[in-house]
Design a binder for this molecule. Structure first.
Ligand SMILES: Cc1cc2nc3c(=O)[nH]c(=O)nc-3n(C[C@H](O)[C@H](O)[C@H](O)COP(=O)(O)O)c2cc1C
Length: 194
């Protein structure tokens, strides 16, 4: 895995993969991934992402009926599928995560709109950190939003506090099966300097 992690690996050569080499991802690599992505910033360090890494054939079989048809094959053949959720009870953990502000829980408790916005915003950021952390470790990604959200929540987040955000297949991609990259905006189409 030497030599990976620069801008070329994170962005320029980073693609969305649907086909995978027959090469597993170790538990050690999954832990390294989590230990990197958790360092990305979240507001009040609230860290709302909750992630289930589906690796076993049993876990994949539970996921299969919840996937949109176009996402089945790529997910069943991926070594790992990260199920990225966000915890609507995240503020109960701020005593651990933001200990220098004992009042932090009260910024959220009883405020469902603030809770939902904060959890979705920061949980989505953490999902983005996962993609970039994976690429920094030499892994490839295939993010997906085509799945039965409530079914995934019932199956993989049974406590009821966690909403499923998106799925991300992880593995070593088969670059020979990539289609050409879709166009991106020019600077002026999506940015301004004021
Ligand atoms: C949040 C998210 C959800 C996506 N959902 C799906 C999906 O359900 N099925 C699919 O085939 N591709 C899905 N994609 C893949 C995108 O179409 C792809 O990342 C985009 O076209 C950029 O491709 P590139 O990384 O190769 O440039 C998703 C991507 C993201 C980031």
């Amino acid at each position: 895995m030497g030599g990976v992690g620069g801008a070329a690996d994170l962005f320029e050569n980073g693609r969305t993969f649907s086909h995978w080499q027959d090469r597993p991802v170790s538990g050690e690599t999954i832990r390294a991934l989590a230990n990197l992505l958790k360092l990305g910033p979240t507001s009040a360090n609230c860290s709302p992402a909750r992630i289930v890494f589906a690796v076993s054939p049993e876990a994949k079989a539970r996921l299969r009926p919840l996937l949109d048809a176009g996402n089945v094959e790529k997910t069943m053949t991926a070594p790992v599928t990260a199920i990225i959720g966000y915890d609507l009870a995240f503020y109960e953990r701020l005593g651990q995560l933001f200990p220098h502000e004992p009042d932090a829980r009260s910024w959220f408790a009883g405020k469902p709109d603030v809770i939902r916005d904060t959890a979705f915003r920061n949980g989505s950021l953490q999902g983005g950190y996962l993609i970039m952390a994976a690429r920094s470790l030499g892994l490839d990604c295939g993010p997906m939003s085509g799945f039965d959200r409530q079914g995934v929540e019932r199956e993989f987040f049974p406590t009821g506090d966690v909403r499923a955000n998106f799925l991300c297949n992880l593995g070593y991609g088969d670059r020979s099966r990539l289609h050409p990259r879709s166009p991106r905006f020019t600077f002026d189409e999506f940015c301004s300097i004021v």
